[in-house]
Design a binder for this molecule. Sequence first.
Ligand code: SAM
Ligand code: SF4
Length: 354
Amino acid sequence: MAIARDIIDRPGAAAAPARPAPLGEMIDPFGRAITYLRISVTDRCDFRCVYCMAEDMTFLPKRDLLTLEELDRLSTAFVEKGVRKLRLTGGEPLVRRNIMHLIRSLSRHLRSGALDELTITTNGSQLERFAGELADCGVKRINVSLDTLDPDKFKAITRWGDFGKVMAGIDAAQAAGIKIKLNAVALKGFNDDEIPSMLEWAHGRGMDLTLIETMPLGEIDGDRTDQYLPLSAVRAGLAERFTLTDIPYKTGGPARYVEVKETGGRLGFITPLTHNFCESCNRVRLTCTGTLYMCLGQEDAADLRAPLRASEGNELLSNAIDEAIGRKPKGHDFIIDRETRKPAVSRHMSVTGG
Ligand code: SAM
Ligand code: SF4
């Protein structure tokens, strides 16, 4: 009962529930049930999006990565402790060798009813190849990141991406019956003028669209203060053309949704900088080396690789997870520092996963 003890001992944890967490439930010191695990299965990627990575990124040595079997064991430990939703991300999850072995193996938790959802966030480059198999594993909805519909701009923003491949991937996923939500990072002077047409295109194809503010994560080649576009301004602009109505729709993520009357589709806003969404945070993030981050915007972490490897049983691992959840911070404090122009958090999004 490491969580319960931590709740009682922890200073400033007055908001914590008095009851001990029952088996199969993880409750953090602020009373939030942790039901969502995002796993970065690799830090590598076949794109080099300008806001995410430097072009000459140094990746982790392969020997530091958890094996697919270890990732399975870790994920399964979380499922046994109450996680209902798993999202594989990265880097690009579909470039990790034999990733479908892991997805197929994890799909047993969908069949047993222990898991509600198994999903991925992908740049779409490998989707044409994997869409059928993903659907076969019970993957019903995925997030595809796409910041522009202009092939030249796509090349400029992803540096290495092939727009045609991503379009073919989206077609393949839809043909396989997988629902797609598009994620677009809103970038000043890059795609602000394109957002209305992206919205119409996405909704015309039955896809929700979510806009994301750039977050100050990791050193990149450019200057983030130049890229930052507050979504409050984007929303105000869209409201001149479209009728936007707030709706309580939730996907288990931090997006706030509106319904767009003219298209009949949904538009989400993820606003880490202009709006603090931490109060309802239900997630933790695991890196491909087995480090658990309790918050995307804080350096607080727990090493789960050592307890995972220390014994074949899961007791040490389970205790380490309880200890980590017991110190999940209340929230993040993202700012883009205009003086130093340094990121608020030094690790890249590709390490913790988006
Ligand atoms: N490679 C996959 C993809 O692009 O969908 C998954 C990993 S990627 C890190 C996940 C999401 O994070 C993408 O939608 C990407 O646009 C977003 N992202 C990356 N760096 C970001 C940043 N600094 N601020 C906001 N979003 C970012
Ligand atoms: Fe790769 Fe995704 Fe980062 Fe783009 S956003 S570089 S696709 S990990």
